[in-house]
Ligand binder design. Sequence first.
Ligand SMILES: Cc1ncc(C[n+]2csc(CCOP(=O)(O)OP(=O)(O)O)c2C)c(N)n1
Ligand code: SF4
Ligand SMILES: [Mg+2]
Length: 340
Amino acid sequence: MVGKTNRIGLERQAYQGSRTTLCAGCGHNAISERIIDACFEMGIDPRGVIKLSGIGCSSKSPAYFLGGAHGFNAVHGRMPSVGTGALLANRKLMAIAVSGDGDTSAIGIGQFVHLMRRNLPIVYIIENNGCYGLTKGQVSPTADLGSTLKNGVVNHLPPIDTCALAIELGATFVGRSFSGDKKQLLSLLKAALSHRGTVMLDVISPCVTFNNHEGSTKSYAYVKDHDDRVEDVLFVPYFEDISVEYEPGSTREVTLHDGSKLYLKKLEGDYDPTDKIGAFRRLHETARRGQFATGLIYIEPGRDDFLTQLNLVDEPLATLPLERVRPGREALEEIMEGLR
Ligand SMILES: Cc1ncc(C[n+]2csc(CCOP(=O)(O)OP(=O)(O)O)c2C)c(N)n1
Ligand code: SF4
Ligand SMILES: [Mg+2]
């Protein structure tokens, strides 16, 4: 049967990967499905994508979407440097990175913080279940204070909020969502693919095997009951001629790098995702109530990305001919002369 094709003539099937080996009901599977939907609906060519990950159940998931893309499964917590190298070598690639809360906020925290300050053009997704799923459910640094393990052990340490950290360090698109919220997650992912710079999406993604019990603050039931949306997100891609009607003052409009638009419908209060201090305040206030702020938390659309800051040539360095990457004898002599 022939299915619906997208604007580059591909069916949704062309965006699938291998069959998942994760547990049935794992939040990570739902996130892979939304990545497939987002790339299909945006008409992204899978052959121009590089999928990056570290180690963990979450980091296995790039195998389950975009089978035709390039991929690199790095060492635990070391994916950011591999991704940076890949993009420096080939700036034409679109990078989709998937990490876990352990992979990012424990062993990989050093790499994560430096990635966030560079504004590398990458969509970095944390599949956050508050535990090390692959190694049988130990608490991770994003586990909330007072959350319990399945065996009753209580977590006494405060969590690292990766959204607050990413905003502080300079990421230019920061959001939080829930693997069970199809609509919000899909809109954020599509917007992320239209942003030029570092996108950090923290997606709460329950581990049904080790962290979905009563007492866990990353269970399906807890997250559904404690979602504090900062706004309703509607994404309109640049290639669709849709005009959105809204009452003046009720919606904020944000234009993304490729001309796509985000319409952020105000809920209670007037949340401004371009206000850094306001974003911190909302994250802190929400966490204090035991809730999760979800939606587009922070955006800074106009800043130069890392590759632009470096003033790289337009062609990928990886395919430049030798004579353009190696200075000739005369050029070297001129440099040496200048150093005398
Ligand atoms: C250098 C190194 N240290 C420790 C491990 C063991 N290990 C494998 S996955 C993992 C944590 C995974 O947790 P997370 O990133 O949250 O992914 P999840 O499985 O929860 O999706 C650990 C500690 C390893 N593979 N390599
Ligand atoms: S152990 Fe947890 S994180 Fe890993 S696949 Fe199963 S449900 Fe998902
Ligand atoms: Mg985890």
